[in-house]
Design a binder for this molecule. Structure first.
Ligand SMILES: Nc1ncnc2c1ncn2[C@@H]1O[C@H](COP(=O)(O)OP(=O)(O)O)[C@@H](O)[C@H]1O
Ligand SMILES: [Mg+2]
Length: 338
């Protein structure tokens, strides 16, 4: 297949709905509730959302592994319902959790993947060596996958997804569970893939900073719907002013909210409990003296607080603004993907 046949829109999902039927005791789950977005060919696109938002469900529909209840999805110019085979030839899919065979070594896994895609033994072996080199796995080439580090395994998963030179690569949470060093290495791999002009990368993540760092554009998904879509810079620029945060100590939420809302320099005041403590987060356009003013008002109201800080808008703030609750609180304190 020729790469020039790639349409300028690599992925297009429109009004996707997915309902997982419940059991006798469980209600149906509406995992996707009218999700729409488009991805330009040759870009890195972030699908960002908390656990349970519907990211994996969307990925499975786009990779033809699951059928939508309604709505349409087109990938590399083909419809998932009528042209699944054509799509499978043109995509790579790295699922959440490792797909490599733990009893085989990286080389064998890559050759097997190539053979499954119809490559000759010779071509598959060639391609395997090239990918091992690209992903710095040559030295681990003969070790059983079960004995590799998490970071090496994840790199092998991505390499397996690239064996047949796909046009669109779906990565479902490629860095979840990796230590910071392995995550940094994976980021540089993804950045390198992004420079291959013909490849579109669809990156699913629940890490805000990962989407901020790697994605040309991103969609924030919440409860199966697109909350907002755009470049990271665009999303941040939709927020006015800066973010003021006050760490609260065993707060009376209603009292803190009342004091916060009465301060004229603050708007969009949100007060959240976090364990025994909490946080006030607000937007402010008036940096001069706002910290002093907040401290004064909180002291006067006898509200106990820790650090008060002001920062430029981040994707956390974007999420907070559009989803109405903070990302950290939403994603739980475990940080473990569903
Ligand atoms: N096979 C399934 N059967 C029933 N419910 C499911 C299934 N897969 C996912 N879900 C539910 O659908 C919602 C979205 O899940 P998922 O797409 O895995 O979210 P994410 O990848 O963003 O964490 C969640 O409520 C999840 O529990
Ligand atoms: Mg998932």
């Amino acid at each position: 297949m020729s790469r020039t046949s790639m349409p300028s829109t690599a992925v297009e999902v429109s009004d996707l709905v997915k309902i997982y039927p419940g059991g006798r005791r469980e209600p149906d789950v509406r995992a996707l509730d009218g999700l729409t977005f488009g991805i330009a060919a040759g870009t890195v696109y972030g699908m960002l959302g908390p656990n349970g938002a519907g990211k994996s469900t969307t990925t499975k529909i786009c990779t033809t592994l699951s059928a939508a209840t309604s709505g349409t999805a087109r990938v590399a110019g083909f419809d998932v319902t009528t042209d699944a085979a054509a799509i499978r030839q043109r995509i790579g899919y790295v699922s959440q959790g490792s797909g490599a065979d733990p009893r085989q070594n990286p080389f064998e896994n890559l050759v097997m993947a190539g053979r499954l895609h119809g490559m000759t033994r010779h071509d598959a072996a060639d391609r395997a060596e090239r990918l091992l080199e690209q992903f710095q796995l040559t030295e681990a080439r003969n070790r059983k996958v079960a004995k590799l580090s998490g970071g090496m395994r994840r790199k092998l998963d991505v390499a397996v997804g690239l064996v047949h030179r796909p046009q669109v690569l779906f990565l479902d949470e490629p860095t979840t569970g990796l230590d910071p060093q392995a995550r940094a290495e994976m980021w540089s791999e993804i950045r390198r893939l992004a420079t291959e002009a013909a490849l579109t990368v669809v990156l699913t993540t629940h890490y805000l900073e990962e989407a901020d760092e790697l994605a040309d554009r991103l969609v924030i998904i919440d409860h199966g719907r697109a909350v907002i879509e755009g470049t990271p810079a665009q999303l941040k620029s939709t927020l006015d002013g800066d973010t003021l945060t006050v760490e609260l100590i065993e707060p009376d939420i209603a009292a803190v909210r009342a004091v916060g809302e009465a301060i004229p320099a603050l708007h969009d005041v949100i007060v959240e409990q976090d364990g025994p403590n909490g946080k006030l987060i607000a937007r402010t356009d008036d940096l001069s003296g706002v910290v002093g003013r907040v401290i004064g008002e909180f002291d006067a109201a006898a509200i106990a607080f820790g650090a008060v800080s002001v920062s430029r808008p981040s994707l956390d703030d974007v999420y907070l603004h559009y989803a109405g609750r903070s990302y950290r609180a939403d994603n739980g304190r475990t940080g473990v993907a569903a």
